[in-house]
Design a protein around this ligand. Structure first.
Ligand SMILES: [Zn+2]
Length: 314
């Protein structure tokens, strides 16, 4: 009898996926809800364990900036950047292409030292940030003069109802203890019609992963993951759509690209590497043709609040 309920549908009937983590003396099993298909770790790390997990090592592994170094690092880096115009990235480019001229009241969740946030003020946006690293948040406040809150979206009480009409989470949602509770929080702090934009991985959606899971299941084997358990959830286009629509949002765009073959990281044993190599070109072209089976998702959803949502047919 499992005491935990699925974050997405509330069901308690789960089946194991063929991977697990060993963390802090505990086995965290890859698990899938039998009723809605959501994939997650069971049990989850505790909040205290997560705090340890997001200590120094996590932030020093980040390629773009070291969030544990004193502010001097940010100041040196930031001084070299031109923040007087928007810094191009996937999110900024998308918003400028699809919502040109709209002046948003914007919240960036996981804003780091705030470079992108600052640069977006040149579009006339009002910018707020939320950042778990105290160093980075402090730099954003003190040097860039940005209203950035230190903390995480699950516990912060710093934002008011209808305070924003755009929020962006890049690689954040899959790290949270309850993505559903976070989405419901955005329903409150975003205005009616406000936009929630998510970028996140969907690696379990890849044909090579589906094949791998099938093979491991067939062989009755389990793979021990070598990374710490950063991702508490793995979403697919289907489960992310369901999560948003059950908590007051309507998906208006969902892109599911795949990394170009040259950028795929080869991990695992020789058999797994061979499987990845053998499927990466077919996967890439299948994705180019169909827009499906990708390992990344970019999702734009509109806050429809209490208004009845119509499930998106896919
Ligand atoms: Zn479920």
């Amino acid at each position: 009898m499992n005491m935990r309920a699925c974050d997405l549908c509330g069901a308690t009937d789960f089946s194991p996926l063929p991977f697990y983590y060993l963390f802090d003396g505990q086995r965290l099993q890859g698990t899938r809800c039998r009723s809605c298909g959501l994939a997650f770790l069971d049990p989850q790390p505790t909040p205290a364990q997560l705090e340890k997990l997001y200590g120094k090592e996590y932030f020093t592994e980040r390629p773009n900036y070291d969030r544990t170094q004193p502010d001097v690092q940010f100041i040196e880096e930031g001084a070299a950047l031109d923040l007087s115009q928007p810094r191009p990235d996937k999110f900024v480019d998308y918003m400028r292409a699809h919502y040109a001229g709209r002046k948003f009241r914007y919240l960036e969740v996981g804003c780091g030292p705030g470079y992108t946030l600052k640069s977006l003020q040149s579009l006339g946006w009002t910018t707020h940030g939320l950042e778990i690293s105290a160093h980075a948040a402090d730099y954003a406040r003190r040097v860039l003069g940005l209203p950035v809150v230190t903390g995480n979206i699950e516990t912060t009480e710093d934002f008011a109802e209808n305070q924003f009409d755009l929020a962006y989470l890049g690689d954040v949602l899959e790290h949270l203890l309850s993505p559903a509770a976070a989405v419901r929080k955005f329903r409150r702090i975003l205005s009616p019609g406000g936009l929630l934009v998510l970028a996140l991985p969907s690696v379990t959606n890849l044909p090579s992963m589906r094949l791998g899971f099938g093979a491991y299941r067939l062989l009755g084997r389990q793979r021990r993951m070598d990374l710490p358990p950063y991702h508490l959830y793995e979403f697919t286009p289907r489960t992310i759509t369901k999560l948003l629509e059950q908590n007051g949002f309507q998906v208006v765009d969902l892109r599911n690209p795949v990394k170009p073959p040259a950028h795929i990281r080869l991990g695992g044993n020789p058999l797994e590497q061979a499987a990845k190599l053998a499927t990466q070109y077919p996967t890439y072209w299948l994705n180019q043709l169909t827009g499906r089976f990708g390992d990344r998702m970019f999702v734009v959803a509109e806050n429809v609040g209490a208004r009845r949502t119509r499930p998106l047919v896919r």
